[in-house]
Design a protein around this ligand. Structure first.
Ligand code: ZN
Ligand code: ZN
Length: 387
């Protein structure tokens, strides 16, 4: 079963929605125009229910099948937010907002799920209920978590959830997926060392925080090199190092370091947090200073459920002829919160040979639309076959 003919017919219309959203990017929870556009379209398609304001600016649409003999409910989720990047594509439909850009293809995700919602509202060729979920603030704002906290899963009795992301470098419209841990947990740390500042020519009268923090930066590398099981994955990157002195002849009173931690399991995540605390406290004590360590847990590990992943891969094969094994991704994904609440699967759809996501020259590939929309529709029709 190749891509659905209906999506070949709808491709120009869906592309026009996508480009309109591309031209009008909105960041984090500020997706007011996009959310209104999504809600208007869902109403126009004849969805049975359209609710705004879930997770602040999130939108939920409900589409009932021709029958409902088993009470089955599937959630399909897309993200709507853009990034604070100045667009450099030179496209005729490039961002009209300075410093905001759809550089992760969420315009494409939203357009494809809208296309699927249009088709599913027209045909309703399934036994059960589909809940289409449009979330804000995927890029670091936990919009997905806020939708869950608003009781979305319980309110609509959602039993399984599915998500999709475009993937540059994979052939356009091809699919790849993996079961289990897929996207990393993304945490941050913020550490301030305090010593005793003073004259740089009299180090013996100071407690030098620069030396202390430099030792800590090196020691933090041993979490990946010496503490982690070599076949497990962990990244610890120090990305900021700032002393309280701006002068060449002053030893600073404090040094602040910041960074990120990426892990693929709860155990590794716990170990990284524990070792950052131990190393920073140990180094500070060794050199006679004190330290304040703040570890901020961000998105959890995104874990695909086995049954739903197998099913999603079979559906992808039915649409595109094959489905590859996806690589582990050390980036984070807010859909992880929805997958913590319900079983489900997240799949990658190839974006062709384009710039990478988050690059100012990136653009979503509209040629992926028929395959992406067909996957959504087939998930519904194959998981809840018409009675
Ligand atoms: Zn992104
Ligand atoms: Zn993204």
């Amino acid at each position: 079963m190749p891509v659905k003919n209906r999506f070949a017919e709808l491709q120009d219309e869906i592309t026009a929605w996508r480009r309109d959203m591309h031209e009008n990017p909105e960041i984090l929870f500020e997706t007011h125009r996009t959310s209104a556009l999504v809600a208007d379209k869902l109403k126009e398609f004849g969805c049975d229910e359209v609710v705004t304001g879930i997770g602040r600016t999130g939108v939920v649409g409900v589409i009932k099948g021709k029958s409902d003999t088993k009470g089955k409910v599937i959630g399909l989720r897309a993200d709507m937010d853009a990034l604070p990047i100045h667009e450099a594509t030179g496209l005729e439909y490039a961002s009209k907002t300075d410093g905001a850009m759809h550089a992760c293809g969420h315009d494409g995700h939203t357009a494809m799920l809208l296309g699927a919602a249009k088709y599913l509202s027209e045909t309703r060729n399934f036994d059960g209920t589909v809940v289409v979920i449009f979330q804000p603030a995927e890029e670091g704002g936990s919009g997905g978590r806020e939708m869950c906290e608003d009781g979305m899963m319980e309110r609509w009795n959602i039993q399984e959830v599915y998500g999709m992301h475009n993937w540059p470098g994979h052939p356009v419209g091809s699919f790849s997926i993996r079961p289990g841990s897929f996207f990393a947990a993304t945490d941050q740390f913020d550490v301030t060392f305090e010593g005793r500042g003073g004259h740089a020519a009299k180090p013996q009268e100071t407690v030098d925080t620069t030396v202390m923090a430099a030792q800590a930066v090196l020691a933090l590398q041993t979490i990946a090199a010496r503490n982690a099981d070599p076949i497990d994955q962990v990244v610890v990157s120090v990305t900021s190092f700032e002393t309280s002195s701006k002068a060449f002849n002053v030893i600073p009173q404090t040094v602040q370091i910041k960074g990120t931690v990426r892990t693929m399991s709860k155990e590794m995540r716990g170990l990284a947090e524990q070792r950052i605390n131990e190393i920073c406290n140990g180094v500070a004590a060794t050199f006679g200073g004190t330290v304040d360590v703040t570890y901020i847990r961000g998105y959890p590990v995104m874990v695909n459920s086995d049954v739903q992943t197998d099913f999603a891969a079979e559906v992808a094969k039915s649409v595109s002829g094959s489905c590859d094994e996806a690589p582990l991704v050390m980036g984070g994904e807010d859909f992880a919160f929805m997958l913590e609440e319900r079983p489900g699967a997240y799949i990658l759809v190839g974006n062709g040979d384009t710039a990478a996501v988050h690059h100012p020259e990136y653009n979503f590939n509209d040629e992926a639309i028929p395959a992406g929309c067909s996957w959504w529709a087939e998930i519904v029709e194959q998981r809840m076959p018409a009675a």
